[in-house]
Every structure is written in C-alpha cells, then in structure tokens.
Design a protein around this ligand. Sequence first.
Ligand code: DGL
Length: 262
Amino acid sequence: MNDRSIGIFDSGVGGTSIWKEIKKLLPKEDTIYLADSKNAPYGEKTPEQIIQLSIKNTDFLMDEGCKIIVVACNTATTNAIDYLREKYRVPFIGIEPAIKPAALQSRSKKVGILATKGTLSSRLFHSTAEMHAKGIKIIEREGAGLVPLIEQGKIASEEIRYLLQTYLGPMLDEDIDYLVLGCTHYPYLLPVLRELLPEKVQIIDSGAAVAKQVKAVLEKNDLINPSQKPGGHRFYTNVASDVLKDFLKGNTASYTVSQMDF
Ligand code: DGL
C-alpha cells in the first residue's frame, strides 16, 4: 500500500510546478503525473465539463493504484474536488488561490488575484474569499489566453508580456501589495511578472503549501513510502510530449514521459 504512487493531474503542464514541490519535500515517493493538455484550458469549460474531465483523470490514476490524488489545478479543485471526495475512497489534496495569507499580510488591504474564469466563477472561490478576505479589496482578473500560450511553451513571449500588462494594470492602479497566482501554470511566468511588478508587490502561489499538505496527509494515514531510494516518476500526456519535456528539463529525478490517448 505504502509503496504505491502519488497521483497528480492538471489540465496540462502547469501542475508540474506542484510536482516539483512534492518531489522536493518527499523525494522517496513515486509519482504518476497526468497532463490533460488535449482538453486545456479547463478554465473556459463549464463546471459539469470540469467534473467529467476530473473523473476521467482520477479513474486513470486509480487504475494505476495511486494511494492519494493531488488535483494540481485550481480550476479542477474549485469546481470538482467535493464531487471527487464523495466518489472515491482515496484522500484528495487540492489547490486553491492563497487568498488567506495574502489578506493577512497585506498592508494596503488590496490584493490582486490572477486566475482562470472557471476558478473565479466557482462557488468554492467565492466562499473562501468571503471567509478570509473581510475588509480587503480583491481585484480579480481572468488570465484569459495565458494557459494556451504556456501550453505551447511560450512563457517568455511578447504575447504573454502584453496580456500580463493588460491584466495587471487595473491591479496596480488600485495599489495592490500582494498578487495571488490562482493557477498552477502561472508560477512559470514569475520572471516576467517580477519584471512587470514593482518590488513592493509580493507574489504568492500555493505550491509549497500543497506539498506540505500532501506530506501531512500521507503521514496521518500511515501512507509514507518507507523506501530509502529516490522515487521514480511517470508522466503521461495526451498531446505531443516536447513541451512537457521542456518543463521538466534540469531536474535530476528519474522519470519517463509517455504520450498516450486518455
Ligand atoms: N493549471 C490550471 C489551474 O490551476 C489551469 C486551468 C486551465 O486549464 O484553464 O487552474
């Protein structure tokens, strides 16, 4: 049981930002990562479609015998995780925009959130914002067009820079001092974001917090892999695998990338 893999899925390559944090914190664990790039962006789909895609991905990972599922996608978490938790018996860890820490630390009491349409329009996002951001002005923007460009590997392109400038403008006009990245694809835009934002604006993403949560839940359920060897990692994508391979470049883990239809 304990030597089974951690299953991770996202609408594409973005969740590898979470996978990297998990691998860093839990280096002995095996992982299976599903990049459903064929169906990206999830953020433009209806809640029902997002639930169906999340079920499809979870079924794949359950068939592989995963002991825990990480929904490495804000859009799938905010639209489908309650449903998944009811339907399956393994623990699920999700990711949501980190409104709470930003709201607690903001001095200007103005926080920007960049996320997908699917996340920003979800009920879970609204209830979290209501609960944790009392007295805070939240300036939210949909990052329309960003995920498709990142899926093409164009993270340093002029198109990305232009879109970010457009989305950040109203936030800067409001004098935000925190920007919450509400999509697991966006940490890959950090170099451009850092160039576009004044130094006083802190950028928050939840990747490291998700990895900690995965560790805590594995420990609580007595599911930590006792192996002393570094974990192995299998990646699956349903489009050409070159972009996913690019996103994994430079990491030292042992891994395979396979393209297949799912
Ligand atoms: N990585 C997904 C997220 O965190 C991207 C969603 C999309 O495919 O639009 O929301």
